[in-house]
Design a protein around this ligand. Structure first.
Ligand code: 3HC
Ligand code: NAI
Length: 699
């Protein structure tokens, strides 16, 4: 397949890369560019060359789908070097996004022109690798080491204006890009090539102190990640070595990253996030409903944050409360959030007022009659939810989508109290709802396809990653959280200290341990949930010690003490001997002889619990793909992306080993909580992975 074509304009050759959807540097593109360069070098009638792209974007990078298979020649670094070495000037004409290998190709060119909306970037670090075709050597040379290292470590998209300021672009054109590029190429014939690789860096300000400062500044954010440190080492090489040696060093470090399991995990996440919107039975042709105004019921912790998501993208919101005071309080919190952004310089005072102007507060259900989507975020009891949906049914206009933000309740039952269950579904946001990227879209038994399709699209509109889940207790995320929490809590009663459990899971890569998380959310939430469940329905051994704390009014951070104690105005959890005494008493009551539990055993139990529940969810069809579960866990619960989510992590362990471990736990800890998921057994026995399951079942 030809993906690089040539057109001659006078004495300029225009090469056009056409490899939809994003002009990735698949083998045919690399081969095409390389062959064209060789042919044009030998063609006396051509004096300069333009590299442009068809479709929506300039080259968006290496072809990620080719990673993992043996690389085929010509390799990208060689192609970029070949472009740079051309004696005839080469101009890159950039629209859309020049990312990764795409920017590296552009930096191999001698001049660059772009449209105002173009963006450049080196996002490789997000895929667990580093720019491996000269990006770490050429960007510091043209943009300066400080700009380059910031761009490489963040992977962010840099807009054209900033890129012009950095010297990466030579021109931004408001006119026709190709004409501007051809004109630039004509102008360059006289000047000849200007090679980035030959530019000199003044390294005097970029010694050890500078790079150690960079290391320190990213340490917290990149805890556990492999690639960032290697990115820094590459830029250090750019500053201190000639280009040829720097390129060699980049190559070595690139391979170190590419062979580290983190790169596979992060690439898995890249594709997983793009898979979530593929829903069986939903196509581009499935009709969508128009959402011009959204109604929110309840302006508490969740309601206000949910509303902000819509207002932030210009969709007006009507927000309903039972009492004026609660409404004022809820809208006050929203205003404070915006004002905080303004104080950080992210919004102007006028913008804050503009956003607040999109909120309409009300105490009357009648005011929801013009809303196209109404999301309920009131107290978590079925009785109240049913009352709300009955009222909604009476006032909502025909065709309005009715959604519940319930964390656990049965959405089918909620839908059944309306005369239009096909319009009802769950939209489960995560706290804080204006910040967390995850949205679980709960497809109820009767939810209409167009309702689901509209909400899947809407998730993207409000910049969330929307994962479809089926109706079950806790849907995907909270259902899995429950056995994870149980195992963490059991570890405590069996001998580990709360801080040891937290440290083990923090070191595994979780943003915080389950004990700290419990204190933050409020220990009483689980307590109330258990009281509602009845003792026969949960592992009492795991939770009796926690319940004793709640009964002593140790409800968590909000009251200054829970599983840990907290100093006034300080959120740092501090181990409390009083709590240890209670734990030891409870262990003794249960006849448990407390023993230290190694960190890896704590992690293993908690991970096996997550994986087993995930496999049950998948087997029951409550998630479409294992990778959807990974997206939920990474985006909703802070599971380390570099491990690819719990299901990908299970694949890396080997499902046969995971299954054997769960069977062993059933034997040693009792079968009640350790029934292996039937799907896990099936895959393990067939020698398959969750990724195989996804490929065979959901595409
Ligand atoms: N390779 C292969 N496929 C890619 C791809 C890539 N680099 N980038 C995007 N795609 C695919 C997506 O999987 C998706 O496929 P699908 O339609 O079958 O699901 C399709 O292109 C469209 O992608 P998006 O849905 O993400 O489209 P958007 O318009 O929202 O975003 C984009 C476009 C900004 C280019 C975004 O796709 C993106 O960020 N891509 C990744 C860019 C990247 O990381 N480049 C660096 C690659 S590594 C590299 O270059 C190594 C080098 O240094 C040696
Ligand atoms: P909250 O207690 O902070 O807020 C609930 C609000 O609803 C209160 O302001 C209350 O005045 C109002 N309200 C109660 N009944 C009402 C009615 N009949 N009509 C109008 N308003 C009414 O509760 P929160 O935390 O915001 O939870 C709301 C829902 O979101 C629950 O279903 C909860 O399970 C779910 N949820 C909560 C999360 C969290 O972390 N807090 C996370 C995800 C979902």
């Amino acid at each position: 397949m030809t993906t690089v074509s040539r057109e001659i304009r006078g004495n300029i050759a225009v090469l056009t890369v056409d490899n939809p959807p994003v002009n990735a540097l698949s083998h045919s593109v690399r081969d095409g560019l390389s062959k064209e360069m060789a042919a044009l070098a030998a063609d006396d009638s051509v004096k300069a060359i333009v590299i442009a792209c068809a479709g929506r974007t300039f080259i968006a990078g290496a072809d990620i789908r080719e990673f993992g298979s043996a690389p085929k020649e010509p390799h990208l670094p060689d192609v970029v070097n070949q472009i740079e070495a051309m004696e005839k000037p080469v101009v890159a004409a950039i629209h859309g996004t020049a990312l990764g290998g795409g920017l590296e190709v552009a930096l191999g060119c001698h001049y660059r022109v772009a449209v105002p909306s173009a963006k450049i970037g080196l996002p490789e670090v997000k895929l667990g690798i580093l720019p491996g075709a000269g990006g770490t050597q050429r960007l510091p040379r043209i943009a300066g080491p400080a700009n380059a290292i910031e761009a490489i470590l963040s992977g962010r998209h840099v807009n054209a204006k900033e890129a012009l300021g950095w010297g990466v672009l030579d021109e931004i054109t408001d006119g026709d890009l190709l004409e501007a590029a051809v004109a630039m190429a004509e102008g360059a014939i006289e000047k000849g090539p200007r090679r980035v690789g030959e530019m000199k860096i003044d390294g005097s300000q970029f010694g050890k102190e500078f790079f150690d400062g960079v290391r320190k500044s990213i340490a917290r954010k990149t805890r556990g990640y492999f690639a960032p440190e290697r990115c820094i080492q590459c830029v250090e090489a750019a500053v201190s070595m000639p280009i040829e040696e720097g390129l060699k060093r980049e190559r070595e470090l690139f391979y170190e990253c590419a062979s580290n399991p983190q790169s596979k995990a992060l690439q898995h996440m890249f594709f997983a996030e793009r898979q979530v919107s593929r829903i069986p039975g939903i196509t581009k042709e499935t009709p969508r409903r128009e959402i011009k105004r959204v109604g929110i019921i309840g302006a508490g912790t969740m309601g206000g944050g949910i509303a902000m998501n819509f207002v932030n993208v210009g969709i007006p919101v009507t927000i309903l409360e039972v009492q004026q005071e609660a409404l004022d309080r809820g809208l006050g919190v929203v205003r404070k959030n915006y004002e905080r952004s303004a104080a950080k310089g992210k919004l102007t005072a006028d913008q804050v007022e503009g956003l607040m102007g999109l909120f309409t507060g009300t105490l009357s259900y009648d005011d929801l009659s013009d809303c196209d989507l109404i999301i309920e975020a009131v107290f978590e009891t079925m009785e109240i939810k049913e009352k709300v949906f009955t009222q909604l049914d009476a006032v909502a206009k025909p065709g309005a989508i009715l959604a519940s933000n319930t964390s656990y309740l049965d959405v089918d039952k909620i839908a059944a109290c309306t005369k239009r269950p096909e319009d009802v579904l769950g939209l489960h946001f995560f706290s804080p709802a204006n910040v967390m990227r995850l949205l679980e879209i709960v497809r109820a038994e009767k939810t209409a396809d167009d309702v689901l399709a509209t909400c899947v699209d809407l998730a993207k509109t409000i910049r969330k990653v929307g994962v479809v889940a089926g109706v079950c207790h806790g849907f995907i995320g909270n259902r899995m959280l429950s056995p994870y929490g149980r195992e963490a809590s059991l570890a405590v009663i069996e001998g580990a200290k709360p801080e040891e459990v937290d440290k083990a899971l923090f070191d595994f890569g979780m943003p915080m341990g389950p004990m700290t998380m419990s204190d933050m959310a409020g220990v009483d939430i689980g307590y109330l949930n258990r009281k509602g469940m009845g003792r026969e329905n949960y592992e009492t051994k795991a939770y009796d010690w926690v319940d004793r704390l709640v009964e002593m009014d140790r409800k968590g951070l909000k009251v200054g003490k829970g599983i840990y104690k907290y100093a006034e105005g300080d959120r740092t959890p501090q181990p409390d001997p009083e709590v240890m005494k209670i734990i030891e008493e409870e262990s003794a009551k249960l006849g448990i002889e407390r023993k230290p539990i190694p960190a890896e055993d704590i992690v293993e139990r908690c991970m096996m619990a997550l994986i087993n529940e995930g496999a049950k969810i998948l087997g029951e069809g409550k998630a479409y793909r294992a990778s959807d579960i990974d997206v939920v866990y990474v985006n909703g619960y802070g599971y380390p992306p570099y491990r690819g989510g719990p299901m990908h992590y299970a694949d890396t362990l080997g499902l046969d080993k995971v299954y054997a471990k769960i069977v062993e736990f059933g034997e040693t800890m009792g079968p009640r909580w350790w029934q292996p998921a039937p799907l896990l057994k099936e895959l393990a026995e067939a020698g398959k992975t969750f990724a195989d399951y996804d490929r065979e079942n959901a595409g």
